[in-house]
Design a protein around this ligand. Structure first.
Ligand SMILES: Nc1ncnc2c1ncn2[C@@H]1O[C@H](COP(=O)(O)OP(=O)(O)O)[C@@H](O)[C@H]1O
Ligand SMILES: [Mg+2]
Length: 213
């Protein structure tokens, strides 16, 4: 079973521990984790340059994609067994767990818009779609999408999020991408990694399910 996980840059301090947790689980069970790194702090300077219009949207797009590589290298550091994968073809024989460095994959299929609406959440959905997977798990530093009074939204249709001004902890493009491709996304808090396993094993847990069908 393939499981696509987008690991948020917001979890910089906990990221490597989460990787070890997933790696242990993958070794015990017959699952294969494909980790898509977020951009986290590595993307901040690019965003600043972009806001000051020092760089074009195209340059900002590719620089931000490469920020995902930075986080990918960070996550793999100290764990020599974790392969860093740059091509779709390599994803089928990359062991129990691998980290995707998406630059070449996105260069080969440059169909995502080059705007700040598209960041690593949408890129994770894009790669999941290429793998024929209908779902991915976004691991972040909050329990899921919170509503105006701070309570957790357990389930929400992507259409409802498109209509909301504030996209709430996900890329603005993600709900549109999910709608177009009839995909779903579960958002879980990586500070409680056992919740990732609950999602994989189909147990109810604290999370937000973002659905389209
Ligand atoms: N309504 C909301 N529900 C959940 N998180 C929100 C909301 N509004 C803003 N956020 C913020 O979004 C953050 C998660 O998104 P982001 O920083 O992009 O994380 P990641 O690096 O995991 O993609 C949370 O830490 C939270 O501060
Ligand atoms: Mg984010």
């Amino acid at each position: 079973m393939k499981i696509i996980i987008k690991l948020g840059g917001s979890l910089l301090a906990e990221g490597r521990e989460i990787m070890r947790f997933l790696s242990d689980y993958a070794e015990k069970k017959a699952v294969f984790f494909i980790i898509i790194p977020g951009g986290g702090p590595f993307v901040e300077v690019i965003r600043e340059l972009s806001e000051r219009r020092t760089i074009s949207e195209d340059a900002a797009h590719w620089m931000a994609v490469l920020a995902m590589h930075q986080y990918g290298f960070f996550l793999a550091d100290g764990e020599p067994a974790i392969p860093l994968v740059e091509r779709m073809e390599e994803l089928s024989n990359a062991g129990h767990l691998c980290i995707v460095l998406p630059y070449k994959i996105l260069k080969a299929d440059d169909s995502l818009p080059h705007t700040w609406d598209v960041t690593s959440d949408t890129i994770a959905a894009f790669i999941a779609d290429k793998l024929g997977e209908k779902r991915f798990i976004k691991v972040t530093d909050v329990d899921g999408i919170l509503d105006e009074d701070g309570s957790l939204i357990k389930q929400i249709h992507a259409k409802e999020l498109i209509e909301k001004e504030d996209k709430r902890c996900i890329d603005a493009e993600l709900p549109r991408f999910l709608m177009r491709n009839k995909m779903s996304c579960v958002i879980v808090n990586g500070n409680f990694p056992e919740r990732i396993i609950d999602v994989i094993e189909g147990r109810g847990t604290i999370c937000t399910e973002l659905f389209t069908t």
